[in-house]
Every structure is written in C-alpha cells, then in structure tokens.
Ligand binder design. Structure first.
Ligand code: GLU
Length: 471
C-alpha cells in the first residue's frame, strides 16, 4: 500500500485566513493520522498578485499553528520548466494540440453558447488540425495556446466525502495548458506538481469543485492515476453567509496578537466540519491526530462561532498548570513589547486571577495592575467608593500598616471584622480597597491581590489614591 501524501498549496495573494487554515489542518490531520506525509507548496505563479510578504506570513502562521510540513517548501514558480516540458511531451504524443483560435472567435463562441443556455466548452475547432500544418503555422509565427485533448467518454473520480462522482464527456473540456506567451497555466502546474510530489489525496475547499474535472483531464493526458479527493464544505459566518473578515480573522496571525493559543485555534478549526467520535470538544493537537477520520467530516457548511473559539481558548489556557500559563503569558507580553514580571511571580498572579479572561490579552488586562500601578482611576468607581470617605480610607491604611499577617485569607477575615466594627458594609470596604489598588471596580479577588502586591506596594497605592482625593 502506498503511504498517504497530502499537500497544502496556498497562493501567496493574501495572508493565511481562517478558511485556508482549516483546509491546511484537515490535510495535516489526514496525513498524520495515517502516518503519511504533509507537504507545503506555495503557488506563486500569479506574478502580479503574489507577494513575498504573504508567503512569509503564511509560513509564519503555519509554524505558529504547529502545522509542521515534511521536506522543504516547494515554490511552484520554480517548477515552470517541468510544466513546460510536460506540455511539450503531451503535444508530441498528440494528447495536447495547438489551438489557433483568436480571442475574438472564442468570445463569439462563448456568447453563442451562453445564449443557448449551455455552459461554455471549447468546441474543438483546432482539435483536428493536421500536425504538420500545426507545426507550419507555429513556425510561421501564428499565435497559439496549447490545449489538452479530453477523453472521448466521461471520467469518474472518488471523493472520500461525497462518494463516486461521474462526469460526462460534456462536463469535461479541452482546457488550456499553455498561454500564447508560452507560460504554463495553473491547472497544468497543479497537476504536474502533485504528480511529481506523489500526492495521493487532494484535500481542498469545495470552492475548487469546478477545478477537479479540468485537472482530471490533465492527469489522464499525462497518464497518471488520479488522486483521491476530499472536497470540504465552506465555513459560513453566523449570518449563514460567506464568512466575513469581521468574523473570522483575515490573517490567522491576528489570533496570536489577540492572545489566542495555537492549540485552541486548531481545536476550534477541527470542529468546523469534523466531530470527535465521543463528541469530545476540548482536544489537543495530539488528540486530534489520534481521533481524526474523514468519515466524521460533515458535508454541510460549518458555521463559524466566535463565542466557541473564545471558550475553547479559555479552556486551553486555564487547564494548563500555572507555570505553563506563566510562560505563555510572559511570551505573549514580550511580543507586545511589555516587560513581564519574573515567572514565579507571574504564576502567583495567574493563580489569583483564577479562570478570568478567555485570551492572554484579557488575562493580562485583569492582572496587569499587579505589576503596574494604575495610571488612571475609573471616575464612577472613585465617586461611588472613595469620595467623601477620607476618614474610612485613612483607617483602612492604618490597618494595612499594622496587619500582623499579610496573607490573602487573613487580610480578608480581618477586614470583615473591621467592616463590622466600623458599621459599614464589607462589600464597600472591599470596593474602596479595590479602586485604590487597581483603579477599577472589577478585578480578581482583592485581598489576595493585596497579598501579592505586598504591604509596601499596597500602602503606596493607598497613599496615591489619598492624594488623588485631596486634589
Ligand atoms: N492554490 C489554491 C488555493 O490557494 C489551492 C488549490 C488546490 O488545493 O488544489 O486555493
């Protein structure tokens, strides 16, 4: 049995978006789950629209996601000589022919077929031009394209999702392999590269369904066996329309910048169209590889659910031990140009934070006050919990200064008692402390936070809040 070889061939005309990343993942999972190979090819033949920066971004996104590929990245543009040679071979053996029809003639035929309500297919005018005449006209400088000769009957291919697909002769076309400027066209390039790489399974979005009959004709002419196909359904937005840039990131790396974890993104993308046999939802990359199979890929379009992505991301972060989370958060902060506290302190801060926040960015926002003094104070919170309470605040300050045991739980017990003695609500005492220490009315547990800050820093922040009140 030949082992499985899949490929992901993005065109570098944009960054890696959510839909392509999902296609890449399915290709990757299929190969890895079968112990096969997963190849990466950059389809950069469109010189006008391809950009190096997009290639760089795609490679970076693939690395970040952990979709490691086998062997070197293949650049399609570097294979142009092989594509040209294949076309020449087909010409020589009569599986392809020169077509001298002018663009005007073809356009007229297109219009005629359209008015008859028929899909456009080349009518074969040049199919039977005598080879010697064809040579002569080419030598005389007449412009031509090279077309592949489609088989007489129909063709059948196997799609592992959709079953056997039969195409009739009229579904096939003598497609163009080489343009009149002598440059190979896309379908020839794809098929040549897939054959050269030994690709056994072509996994791609079902927006490529129309390309399959075109490429099959090329396979047949080249005398190569067809790969198996898996055309996966599109991803739709929550409005059930084509996924918009607003909903699914146009660049997968935007998720990194927003504090998503690559494993969570993979987990989320896998569930867009595939389901675990025991309906498990939280899965690591290794678990996805272990459980993936095509028979659990659905044929209906998957709907992108931002809330679920956030939920999964939160799970993938919070389920990790504090030391791991500290490392993740420190790395994230560094990519943003922030200087994180050392890992041990950060782990303690993360423990205080508990499960708050679904992304690293949100978690950082919850606990940044632990290493950064408040730059501003929420005005409404100041008005509600601090204004007119100078005396109470001074008492709180004295108590903090005098506390024997500066540890979260005992601070809390102490202030419960304090509130009772002062005849004020415990909640109001807590909120006053919170606003002074964090600048906000919402934060992780404030007494534990005070313990992490330590006595000196706690007192300094109370001083700062007091001077703010006096202004
Ligand atoms: N370059 C094509 C794309 O980016 C890939 C087509 C294929 O998988 O055959 O959509």
């Amino acid at each position: 049995m030949t082992s499985v070889i899949t490929r992901f061939p993005p065109s570098p005309t944009g960054a890696l978006h959510v839909g392509s990343a999902r296609t890449a993942l399915f290709s990757y999972l299929f190969a890895r789950s079968k112990g096969g190979k997963f190849l990466l090819r950059i389809e950069d033949t469109d010189r006008e629209r391809s950009r190096q920066e997009y290639t760089d971004q795609i490679l970076e996104a693939m690395r970040w996601l952990g979709l490691e590929w086998d062997g070197d990245v293949v650049y399609q543009s570097k294979n142009e000589a092989a594509h040209r040679a294949a076309s020449e071979r087909l010409l020589k053996q009569g599986s392809a022919y020169r077509c001298f029809c002018t663009e005007e003639m073809l356009e007229a035929k297109r219009v005629a077929m359209r008015t008859q309500g028929r899909p456009y297919r080349y009518d074969g005018t040049c199919r039977n031009v005598d080879p010697a005449e064809s040579e002569r006209r080419a030598a005389a400088g007449e412009k031509f394209v090279v077309r592949v000769r489609k088989p007489e009957g129909g063709m059948t291919y196997r799609d592992l999702l959709h079953g056997e697909i039969k195409l009739r002769g009229e579904d096939l076309d003598d497609i163009i392999l080489m343009k009149s400027d002598g440059r190979p066209l896309y379908h020839l390039a794809v098929v040549c590269d897939d054959i050269a790489a030994g690709v056994t399974h072509v996994i791609r979005g079902d927006d490529h369904l129309d390309n399959t009959p075109k490429q099959m004709v090329v396979y047949q002419a080249l005398g190569a066996p067809l790969p198996e196909y898996i055309h996966i359904p599109l991803i739709l937005g929550s409005d059930k329309k084509r996924l918009s840039k607003r909903e699914g990131a146009e660049n997968v790396l935007d998720y990194r910048a927003a504090g998503f974890q690559p494993d969570a993104v993979l987990n989320f993308l896998a569930l867009l169209g595939w389901s675990h046999p025991e309906s498990r939802e939280i899965l690591t990359k290794a678990e996805l590889i272990g459980a993936f199979s095509v028979d659990r890929v659905g044929t209906a379009a998957a709907v992108f659910d931002q809330t679920k992505l956030r939920f999964l991301n939160g799970k993938h972060i919070h389920d990790r031990p504090p030391a791991d989370r500290a490392r993740m958060l420190a790395d994230f902060l560094k990519t943003r140009g922030e200087t994180p506290p050392d890992l041990k302190d950060l782990a303690a801060m993360i423990e205080v934070n508990g499960q708050r926040g679904d992304t690293l960015a949100e978690i950082a926002d919850y606990i940044r006050f632990l290493w950064e003094r408040p730059k501003a104070y929420d005005e409404a919170a100041v008005a509600k919990f601090l204004a007119g309470k100078a005396e109470l605040i001074e008492k709180i300050r004295c108590e903090f200064e005098a506390l024997a045991d500066f540890e979260g739980e005992s601070i809390e017990i102490f202030f419960r008692d304090f509130a009772e003695r002062q005849g004020v609500k415990f909640k109001d005492v807590g909120q006053a402390i919170r606003v002074m220490l964090t600048g906000k009315s919402v934060s992780p547990p404030i007494f534990q936070s005070a313990a992490v800050l330590g006595r000196v820093e706690t007192l300094l922040r109370i001083d700062a809040a007091q001077s703010l009140m006096k202004r």
